[in-house]
Design a binder for this molecule. Sequence first.
Ligand code: ADP
Length: 430
Amino acid sequence: MKTKDILDIANYIVTCLNKDTISASDIEMLDDTAYSNDMCVYIENQYGYPIYSYDMMAGNGLIHGEQSTNLYIYRNAVNSSENGIYYVEVYNPKFNNNTLLFATKVKLNSGQILYIYLNTSLEPLDSTTDIIKNQLKYISFLLLILGLGISFFLAKLIATPIEKMTNSAKKLGQMDYSVKFDGRGCSETETLAETLNYASQEMGKVDTLRRDLIANISHDLRTPLTMVKAYAEMVRDLSGDNPVKRNEHIGVIIEESDRLASLVNDILDLSKLESNAMEINKTKFNISDKLCAIMERYKIIAEQKNYKFILTIDSDEEVLADEIKIDQVIYNLINNAINYCGENKTVYINQITMKDRVRIEVTDTGKGIEKDLLPLIFDRYYRAEKNKREVVGTGLGLSIVKQVLQKHDFPFGVKSEVGKGSTFWFEIYK
Ligand code: ADP
């Protein structure tokens, strides 16, 4: 590096001098360069006449004082070298150190030839490297200690929360969903803890749902089964010979079997939808005709049980969707409206045509749904009135609606006001 430095400096001097004559500013430049680089400079012309001299070593260097007699050797070396440059590392017995000697010649524009000699000690460099080497030992040692300290600190910062979270995860594994993950330490572990807390919360919910499911299903299955058995026994033992009674009892058995069948069907449908086993088969069909056909099927209930269905269709429209699934959605919404419409017994079905879609609304004027329950009703097995037997339902209807519409990517929702009724809506693309 030092050699390269000197070559650069020599190059610089040569470039500066490479003109007609040497001026006062050149001398200043030479002084500056020599001084700042701790370097002896000697310049002579081709006749050996000194042009410039700067002696940093008080006559003890290689180009001043006693040893300046050797200049002619360097001059010959320059002359015989190919590129006009000669440099060599020379031992200086005066200082007992190695020095770098550099010699070159430059031809000024005036034709004059100058020989430039530079001499600088390599010793300070050595001593500097020694000092740096020594310091490096301490610095390396210090850095090592510091590094160890920092890694220990970081490891603790990350490991402590991870250790805590591992313990919490073990508890979670034992189905303790109340466990809290504490990731205080660094932001990554905090995020992880938040995610795990969310996950355990969700798992807790699923667990509650699972328990509810078993309770609901066993209750829902047992009641109709008990009824079927009881009425079947009645037919066998009592009403077998009485056609009026028998038919009445068999009617109950059929009703209860229907209830069982619809429960089992709902469970099957939903599990198929959720496991993606059910494909969406989109076809074009007339939604207005569909609504009329569905209304036709509700006619019997309307007549028998005094329900009123008011269907409004603003224009005849075709849509692209899975016809059977959309059928199911409409049935589920209307069934809910019937179940929850209250005394009024009126259900409004509206088909509203929009720009690129058709909106279907099913409105009842029943008791409505409380605001904080609204986000829950589309959940599986969620039933606001769990124990009310007179309201037929499995708690699965709206989850099926949600799954089907989500699969189609159709928007849907519900507006409801307690005491006034609810409107369930969804939109089908044309
Ligand atoms: P269910 O078989 O109980 O009707 P759903 O999934 O269809 O199950 O509905 C979930 C719950 O949402 C119902 O138990 C009921 O509390 C509420 N709900 C659904 N539709 C209506 C409605 N039209 N009016 C009032 N509440 C409703």
